[in-house]
Design a protein around this ligand. Structure first.
Ligand code: ASP
Length: 338
């Protein structure tokens, strides 16, 4: 019997067509399948489900993450793998969010999309969709992870970042090697996969949107920092710091963070650098933050950091100690634990 893959179509450039003004809009899934006739001859069975509204992924929201997860959970037992067609702009956020939602995932969920619509002559979408389907359906290596396939590489979803608005190789995982490479053959690097889980699948749907990202820059002022940290009902902040997690040592800056933390805001320190990790206390410029209770995010990406924060706050409401503790640990391979 053939393996079975379910495509979940959410929108994005891969399925878009140009309107009379030249702007791109999402289009129906049948047109996508028609644009890749090779799919009719593949060695696996494909079914598809489309979100109620197909979107440019700039309109992605936590409730749509839940919709995608619901579709996958409903069909989980009947399919060997899942391919989510998604816009590239927020693909790394969705991949991170889904990775946290699915505990004990034992089947591949592969997100892919394209930089050029499938209907165009030079589209990168055909290659991406065919490889993503092959990876999601293969019996050679079952990847128990949420991944992104793009331009010949399979990446861990919650390590991924979109790095180019121009090139076909638009994604990268700076702090983790790719999980597979598609050349003449697809070469899987099994030793890098998450271990196959033993427990049953658990899907958690909570996301708390009362969070913010505070990106530092030389010259940032106290009113700006206080305005963000003083947002009514704020529950968590990712602070994007310099280098290995350093920030200004101005007393007003530390005092503003300290007051927020005392009000119960969870603060996670993530570096602005693409590669490498936050190391609290490596420099004096992170000692005060460590002292007042800012949590070091290690080598997490900003996409994984903000979705993990929303996920933990949403699923453990009222248990900030648990949230803080889990932020420092790897839930789904999103950080390197020492
Ligand atoms: N704006 C598009 C989206 O994210 C870009 C793309 O798919 O590449 O939906």
């Amino acid at each position: 019997m053939n393996n079975k893959v379910l495509i979940v179509y959410t929108g994005g450039t891969i399925g878009m067509v140009q309107d009379e003004n030249g702007s791109l809009h999402p289009f129906a899934l049948d047109r996508i399948i028609d644009a890749v006739p090779q799919l009719k001859a593949c060695a696996y069975d494909i079914d598809s489900v489309t979100l109620d509204n197909i979107i440019d992924s700039s309109n992605m929201t936590p409730s749509l993450w839940v919709d995608i997860a619901d579709i996958i959970e409903r069909h989980y037992d009947r399919y060997d793998g899942f391919v989510v067609l998604h816009g590239t702009d927020t693909m790394a956020y969705t991949a991170s969010a889904l990775s946290f939602m699915f505990k004990n995932l034992a089947k591949p969920i592969v997100l892919t999309g394209s930089q050029l619509p499938l209907g165009t002559l030079r589209s990168d979408g055909r290659e991406n969709i065919i490889c993503a389907l092959e990876i999601a359906s293969t019996r050679l290596a079952v990847i128990p992870e949420v991944c992104i396939f793009f331009e010949s590489h399979l990446y861990r979803g919650n390590r991924s970042t979109k790095i180019s608005a121009e090139n076909f190789d638009a994604f990268e995982t700076y702090n983790y090697p790719s999980l597979a490479k598609a050349g003449i053959n697809i070469t899987f690097k099994e030793r890098l996969f998450m271990p196959m889980p033993s427990g049953p699948l658990v899907v958690r749907r909570g996301f708390d949107r009362r969070v913010a990202i505070l990106k530092l820059f030389p010259g940032i002022t106290e009113p700006v920092v206080r305005a963000l940290l003083g947002t009514p009902d704020l529950q968590g902040v990712v602070i994007e710091t310099y280098g290995s997690g350093n920030a200004p040592t101005d007393p007003w800056f530390i005092a503003a963070l300290d007051e927020a933390i005392r009000r119960g805001v969870v603060v996670l320190n993530v570096t602005q650098c693409k590669a490498g990790a936050v190391k609290m206390r490596q420099y004096a410029a992170s000692c005060d933050m460590d002292r007042i209770g800012v949590i070091g995010g290690g080598d997490i990406t900003i996409e994984a950091a903000i979705t993990k924060l929303m996920y933990l706050l949403g699923n453990y409401p009222g248990d900030k100690d648990h949230v803080r503790q889990r932020l420092g640990q790897s839930l789904r391979g999103e950080i390197t634990e020492n």
